[in-house]
Ligand binder design. Structure first.
Ligand code: PAF
Length: 285
């Protein structure tokens, strides 16, 4: 049954609505977002629709996950357009709390992380995952969904949130959804709108460099050497590379070759003022 998109602004109204659905025996999925929705987000909603009776999307630009010099104030905010897209994808409710609803006066609790949160993004954005994990833990306990959907595009985030849900017994099954790409390979991201036309032309090289390195590793090559080659290629074309790293696909621990388990190759690189992240699986050998 689909009876239209409801906008919900408070935790108590969200609990009432989800409680009613669950009391009626319906399975509820949550799709957490920061808005500025694109086809990649809608793929999450569609995946959620296939696995649940009711889909809630949250739209909240979470100040706690932005560093002091990051793009919190200029992050795109497009709620009316987001709601049209969510309704077209048959989302049942959009939760749009304001900052005071999420972080009331005196708020001072954060989730402390280890394991997959260590290194990679954390080396460059040291407070980022504590901000993500705290807001996601809140969304999980506010909504109490059966399932929650996250994009593989933010692969480290997906592993951090999965680990947290298991470690803290949050009772939510975290589901990863493959990255949606432009025809030239660029991963969809709300931040792609920051790219100049010249940067946009160059950006797909990230995906090409990663897939070439992944193929070398799958063929038995040294993971560190393949990652270094991808870094050198990107830097030679004007990217400023934060990291290219081969990691265990689940724990994100460093690995040397396919003998160490399933590998994910991850990168973050800046083009002008825009920081892009991407990752690919290393095909099993
Ligand atoms: O991936 C995002 O958009 C955000 O990090 C999330 C999961 C919605 C938490 O604010």
């Amino acid at each position: 049954m689909y009876d239209g998109l409801k906008r919900i602004r408070t935790v108590s109204a969200l609990r009432r609505q989800v409680g009613a659905w669950r009391a009626a025996g319906e399975r509820v999925a949550l799709v957490p977002t920061m808005g500025a929705l694109h086809v990649g987000h809608i793929a999450l909603v569609r995946a959620a629709r296939r696995r649940a009776d009711r889909v809630v999307a949250s739209v909240f630009v979470n100040p706690a996950q932005f560093g002091p010099n990051e793009d919190f104030s200029r992050y795109p905010r497009t709620l009316p357009a987001d709601m049209v897209k969510l309704a077209a994808a048959r989302t049942d409710a959009v939760f749009t709390p304001d900052v005071a609803e999420m972080y009331p006066d005196g708020f001072c609790t954060t989730v402390s992380l280890g394991g997959p949160a260590e290194g990679l993004e954390s080396a460059f954005r040291p407070t980022h995952f504590a901000g993500v994990a705290t807001v996601v833990a809140k969304l999980f306990t506010q909504c109490r969904p059966d399932l929650a959907f996250f994009g593989e595009k933010d692969y480290q985030q997906l592993q951090v949130v999965s680990r947290m849900a298991r470690d803290l017994d949050l009772g939510v099954k975290v589901v990863g959804v493959p990255t949606v790409r432009e025809p030239d390979g660029l991963a969809l991201s709300s931040r792609n709108i920051y790219l100049s036309p010249e940067e946009r032309q160059l950006a797909p090289l990230i995906y090409r460099a990663l897939t070439a390195a992944a193929e070398r590793i799958a063929a038995g090559g040294d993971a560190g050497a393949a990652a270094d080659e991808a870094r050198n290629l990107l830097e030679s074309q004007g990217f400023s590379v934060d990291y290219v790293a081969a990691r265990h696909a689940l724990t994100l621990a460093p690995v040397a070759s396919v003998a160490d388990g399933p590998i994910r190759l991850l990168t973050a690189a800046r083009l002008g003022r825009t920081r892009l992240i991407d990752n690919v699986p290393v095909p099993a050998g």
